[in-house]
Structures are given as structure tokens and as C-alpha cells.
Design a protein around this ligand. Structure first.
Ligand code: BGC
Length: 674
């Protein structure tokens, strides 16, 4: 092997990694285990290897890691609400392009923790409460990012579902809950998207800090799922680990940020000299990082240029599309929306979020992306009126003068609201905003409430409000997307990726302080697998808005369900087909949701579990066939007894619906393991 073989792009990946491992001295290997500074690894000057550079994400290239302005996409939950794998892939590609254009090899995203509590300060960054939807979005995002030879870093592994006590708590949960709810997205990221990096979380899982958790990092990630990339610590997460050797043995490849504590060269050297870990263990951890350096082109003789021009306008348009497709029409009494522009002459655009920008440096932690511009809702609406209704619709400042009031309320990326480090204190909107909604309704019953926020909120005020639109944090083009939806240029098709409870106590994680936020040392997942709609269904609690809910300006009919067989055997695939027709008068998209219900089982199971979805765009009067495949794993639960997935023979029902509480079609079949 020649010295520079690791640079030879004509050799295969493993040969290049082996060549480099052979070239590195022990000290150089130890150097590669910790960062040089916050956003890059140490260079190896002797071999001409430069730092591997990363940027924070997942909402775009973060300001605090790049010091530049970049495209601010809508927050993760908006993509979650689009239920669109195609959009997720396009977003991944754009994020990859943005990352490369910012001179980085890796972006710290996607962020995929499950919405266990609606108060989680980072709910806005994540996708959903459901493991199937989570992986249906994360896999294409990762594929998109990595199609640009940029590493995705899926985070935060694992059970990192709250910000309270995030550095010191231990998530105490069953193997079954881990496997069924919290791990599927990570498993799919490895087995379906070959993700190049995984970020180990701040918290411990069942008492073992994620950064030294051999069960998570070695047994599950590497051995069981076949992960071949590298594990990076969340920033300063190793502080709570027990020792340097525990991290090495546990499977942590890279400590970030800065010069390292556990992985300080001196500490690593000392532990190594005392035989506390072997070079083989070190190589196992490090080879993943070297592999990713090869995969990103970082080690090529002519490395791929890191900073081509970013295709800005294409990404701005994509940000607008995601914002529009992610918006969820929660309520639309008497079809107040879309605005009837043949009759409306005066519009009032009011509320604290109407002219507020939400994309600012450091706002929201990792999601603090600072864009070149941000269109607020007020700007978007003004632009729309100027372009399409000049001289016909005017803006007025008083609710009572207006034909319709557009009232913008919500939260912001401040600590204690939708932000990192702290969870939200309350499920409610700020009291002043509730007063404003009530005052507006008193002056004008035609008040449309538009919500700008990152997760479930309670709405005791909702009763008399005729229309509510959930716009989430819609990113730099958000104002335009909002105007498109309000004026009917875009028919909303978003569906809630999380349940909205009526009251906090209705929520599965809020049964006692033991289940949230815990005592600082431990938080107990007593609800087990009954998270989100699984909980509302089994406890027969009516949510405020159900998982999967979202209205459209048109209506869809469901008919003609058929199964390819009455019995699904062994590893076969059962095909489910149905016909969806747009029976309304405008074009629109429907997200058809497929749930499975196990009628007889030896363990308690949720009444239904999402196992498929299909988004169909239809013209008025147009119909389409949707088709899904169901296989063993879709029927299985995780058996702690067998330490494996298990589908028991017996009766199952497949349910097709427009939301988890609006099931339109059902069909039964048997599963036989013979
Ligand atoms: C967050 C990560 C982030 C990292 C780097 C941590 O506080 O949990 O999501 O990527 O900081 O900024």
C-alpha cells in the first residue's frame, strides 16, 4: 500500500479507510477523536489532512456556526405536517447544497426526537409523535443531504425528549417502548438511508449516558443495524460520562466541541497506556469518521470544492413550498377561508405575530438561522393585495371596521417558549394574546386566528373562532405562503403530525412529576408505548385536534377498499388498495393515512398504529387509486420475551382515514405464521 492510497478515488471505500488507518500514528488517531474548535476536527498536517468541518442545523445553516446568512427553512414540525417524503427529499438536497456552499462537510440534522410531551422546547425542530411518520420523513431528508456528498448527522440518539434536566436526566423506559417508539427512526436512518453520522444525546438511557452507551452505540447501531459511520457527542455531552475509557468502549467516535475533555489527547493517551481500552476499539470508532471523510470527498486528491454558489432562489421557492404544504387548517366554520375576494373590501391584519420576524441569529438554539430576508405575514398579505387586488381590498387597523380580521398570535424562539435548553412552562398562549382573541371576536365574529408556533397549544378560546390556521414557524418565505393559503391560491393539505390535547393533564407524559419532568436524575416513561394518539385512543380521551387532522378547501371521498388476500402469510406482502376522489370544487391534496389494528394479542397494544400514508393531488372530480403494502414488521410488536419483533397469528384490521379519528374505510385479514 502506498502512503497516499487513501486519496486515490479509484480505490474502494474500505481500501482507502484501511490505507489511512495504517498511515496514522497512535497520537494522530487520538488527535482525531476530539475537535479543534466548536465546528471542526483537528487537521493531520503530516498527511496533509485538513479539518473536517460541520455546521449546526437542522433548519438551515445556522448563523452561530457559520457567521453568515443562509436560507431559513420552515421548522421541522412544518415538514412533519406536510407528510411529504418528496418534499423531505428536496429539503435534504437543498440542505446539502447549502451546507456545502457554506464550506462544511456535515450538517447537524435531521433532528428527530419523538414528541412525547407537548411542552418540549424543541418540539418545533422535530417532526412528529409517530415513529412511522418520523422515519418516512427522516430517510428522504438524509438521502437528500447525502446525495450532495455532505454528511447528515441524525440527532439526538436516543430518548432525548425534553429539555428540562437535559444534561443530567436518565430516560427510564422499557426495551419495548425504546424499540417501538424511540428507535425506529434511527434504525431506518441506518438500514434505509445509510446515515453517515449519529449524534449521541445529552441524557442517559436507563442509567447509562448516551455517549458511553455500548448497548445503543455498539450493539444496536453498529452490530444489529450495520452502521458504518461515526458517532459524535452532542456538544459537551461527555461531561456527564463516567470516564475516557467508558466512552471509547461505549463506541463514541468524536467528542465535540473544542479540544475535548474525555477525549483530550493526554487523557486518551493515559487510559490507553494503562490498557483501559484497545487500539482495536479505537479503530472501530475512528474508522467511521475516516469513512465519512472519504465519502464526502474530503480526502480526494482534488477535494470537491466546498463552496460553489448556493442556488438561492431555488431554495427560497422550496422554503415557500414547505411552508405552504405544512400549514394545517384546523377549523373552518362556514367556509370563512379561503377569503372571499369577491366580497371582501376591508381586511384587518393584527396581532403580535403579524409583523414579527422569527428567523434570527441564536433564536431557538440550533435552529437559529439568519436569512438574507424574511417575509412576515403582514408583508406577504400586502404583497398579495398589491399584486392581485390593488384598489379592491384595503387594509384597516380596527377589527370592527373590517369584513374579516386576520389575527396572528403564537409563541417565539425565546427560552421557556419554543427554544432549546428549557421546556415550555404552559400549554396556553400568553394571557394577553387570549384577551386579544376575545376582544377581536367581540368586535368582529369573522376573526381568523393564524398560529405561529412550534407545537401543540391548548385553545379554550377556540369555540367561537370560526377559522384557525396552524402555520408553525414558516421560515423566511412564510408570509408569502400564508397569504397563498388565506387567499386560496394554495389549498391547505397539511395534517397534524402531533396530537393537540385539550389540557396538559390529558397528555401521556403529564400524569405526575415522575413522568415529566422527573426529579432531575430520572424521568419515567410510565406510559410505555402509549404515546401521542396511542394514548388518547386507549384512554378514550378526546383530543382538541387529533393526530392526522387537517382540513382542505375541498372534500375527498374514500371507496373501494380491497386487499390482495384475506390471509397474510409469513414474510409475504399484503396489498391494500382504495379509491380517493376529489368531490369538491377546487383542486387539492389529501393525505390518506393507513393504520393497523391488532385484534388479539398477548400484550397490550395501541388501538391503531400508523403504518403508511400517501399524499394524492387531485383536480375537482378526479379520482386516484392509492396502494399500500403491509408486511410482517407492520404487524409486529417488540417482544421483550423473545428479544425480537413478533407478529402473532390472528386477526388484524387495516383502517384508511383522513385522520386518526376520521377513519373512512376498514378491512379485516388474518395473519398466519405458517
Ligand atoms: C444541541 C444540538 C446541536 C449542538 C451544537 C446542542 O446544544 O442539542 O442539537 O447540534 O448543540 O450546537
Amino acid at each position: 500500500m502506498s502512503k497516499q492510497d487513501f486519496r486515490d478515488a479509484s480505490l474502494d471505500l474500505e481500501a482507502r479507510v484501511a490505507a489511512l488507518l495504517q498511515q496514522l500514528t497512535l497520537d494522530e488517531k487520538l488527535d482525531l477523536c476530539a475537535g479543534k474548535s466548536a465546528w471542526k476536527t483537528k487537521p493531520i498536517p503530516r498527511l496533509g489532512i485538513e479539518s473536517f468541518r460541520v455546521t449546526d442545523g437542522p433548519r438551515g445553516v445556522a448563523w452561530h456556526s457559520s457567521m453568515g446568512r443562509h436560507v431559513a427553512f420552515p421548522s421541522g414540525i412544518a415538514l412533519g405536517a406536510s407528510w411529504s417524503s418528496e418534499l423531505a427529499y428536496d429539503y435534504g438536497v437543498a440542505l446539502g447544497e447549502q451546507t456545502r456552499a457554506s464550506g462544511r462537510h456535515m450538517v447537524l440534522g435531521p433532528a428527530v426526537n419523538i414528541c412525547r410531551t407537548p411542552l418540549n422546547g424543541r418540539t418545533f425542530e422535530y417532526f412528529t409523535e409517530d415513529p412511522w411518520l418520523n422515519q418516512a420523513l427522516a430517510v428522504p431528508v438524509i438521502k437528500g443531504i447525502q446525495s450532495q456528498r455532505v454528511a447528515a448527522c441524525i440527532k439526538h440518539y436516543a430518548a432525548n425528549n425534553q429539555e428540562s434536566h437535559r444534561m443530567k436526566t436518565s430516560a427510564e423506559l422499557s426495551e419495548r417502548a425504546l424499540r417501538e417508539i424511540y428507535l425506529p427512526v434511527f434504525e431506518a436512518a441506518v438500514t434505509q438511508a445509510d446515515v453517515w453520522s449519529v449524534m449521541a444525546a445529552y441524557n442517559a438511557v436507563n442509567g447509562v449516558p448516551a455517549c458511553e452507551n455500548s448497548d445503543l452505540l455498539n450493539d444496536k447501531l453498529r452490530s444489529e443495524w450495520g452502521f458504518r459511520g461515526f458517532v459524535v457527542s452532542d456538544w459537551s455531552a461527555v461531561r456527564r460520562t463516567s470516564s475516557t475509557e467508558a466512552c471509547v468502549k461505549g463506541g463514541l467516535s468524536l467528542e465535540m466541541p473544542g479540544k475535548g475533555t474525555r477525549y483530550k489527547q493526554k487523557n486518551l493517551r493515559q487510559a490507553y497506556d494503562q490498557d483501559k481500552f484497545s487500539e482495536r476499539e479505537l479503530d472501530r470508532n475512528l474508522s467511521g469518521l475516516l469513512r465519512v471523510m472519504v465519502l464526502t470527498g474530503h480526502l480526494d486528491v482534488a477535494p470537491i470544492p466546498l463552496a460553489p454558489a448556493a442556488p438561492s432562489s431555488k431554495h427560497w421557492a422550496l422554503a415557500r413550498r414547505i411552508a405552504a404544504e405544512g400549514m394545517v387548517l384546523l377549523k373552518n366554520h362556514a367556509a370563512l377561508l379561503p377569503l372571499d375576494t369577491t366580497r371582501i373590501r376591508k381586511l384587518a391584519v393584527i396581532g403580535p405575530k403579524a409583523a414579527k420576524r422569527n428567523c434570527l441569529p441564536l433564536w431557538g438554539g440550533s435552529s437559529g438561522v439568519w436569512p438574507p430576508y424574511e417575509i412576515t405575514p403582514l408583508q406577504g398579505i400586502k404583497e398579495k393585495i398589491a399584486d392581485q387586488f390593488a384598489g379592491r381590498i384595503e387594509l384597516v387597523s380596527q377589527a370592527e371596521e373590517a369584513d374579516v380580521v386576520l389575527l396572528f398570535v403564537g409563541l417565539s424562539h425565546r427560552p421557556g417558549l419554543d427554544s432549546e435548553v428549557m421546556d415550555r412552562k404552559s400549554l396556553d398562549l400568553p394571557a394577553k394574546q387570549i384577551q386579544l382573541i376575545e376582544a377581536s371576536l367581540a368586535q368582529n365574529p369573522n376573526t381568523v386566528v393564524v398560529l405561529i408556533n412550534g407545537g401543540p397549544i391548548s385553545m379554550e378560546w377556540a369555540g367561537p373562532v370560526p377559522a384557525i390556521l396552524e402555520a408553525w414557524y414558516p421560515g423566511m418565505e412564510g408570509g408569502r405562503a400564508i397569504a397563498d393559503v388565506l387567499f386560496g391560491d394554495i389549498n391547505p393539505s397539511g395534517k397534524l403530525p402531533v396530537s393537540f390535547p385539550r389540557r396538559l393533564q390529558d397528555s401521556p407524559a403529564h400524569q405526575s412529576s415522575r413522568t415529566f419532568p422527573g426529579d432531575g436524575a430520572q424521568v419515567h416513561y410510565d406510559e410505555d408505548v402509549f404515546i401521542g394518539y396511542r394514548h388518547f385512543d386507549s384512554r378514550e380521551i378526546e383530543p382538541l385536534f387529533a393526530f392526522g387532522h387537517g382540513l382542505s378547501y375541498t372534500q375527498f371521498s374514500y371507496s373501494d377498499i380491497s386487499l390482495s388476500s384475506k390471509v397474510l402469510r409469513g414474510d409475504d406482502v399484503l396489498l391494500v388498495k382504495a379509491r380517493i376522489c376529489n368531490v369538491g370544487s377546487v383542486a387539492g391534496a389529501e393525505v390518506v393515512q393507513l393504520y393497523i389494528s391488532d385484534l388479539e394479542c398477548s400484550v397490550p397494544r395501541p388501538l391503531k398504529e400508523l403504518k403508511g400514508s400517501s399524499k394524492v393531488f387531485l383536480q375537482p372530480g378526479q379520482a386516484a387509486k392509492v396502494q399500500f403494502g403491509i408486511a410482517y414488521r407492520d404487524l409486529a410488536f417488540y417482544s421483550e420475551k423473545n428479544r425480537d419483533w413478533l407478529a402473532e397469528a390472528g386477526r388484524f384490521v387495516v383502517l384508511l382515514g383522513s385522520s386518526s379519528r376520521d377513519i373512512r374505510l376498514e378491512a379485516e385479514f388474518d395473519y398466519s405464521n405458517k
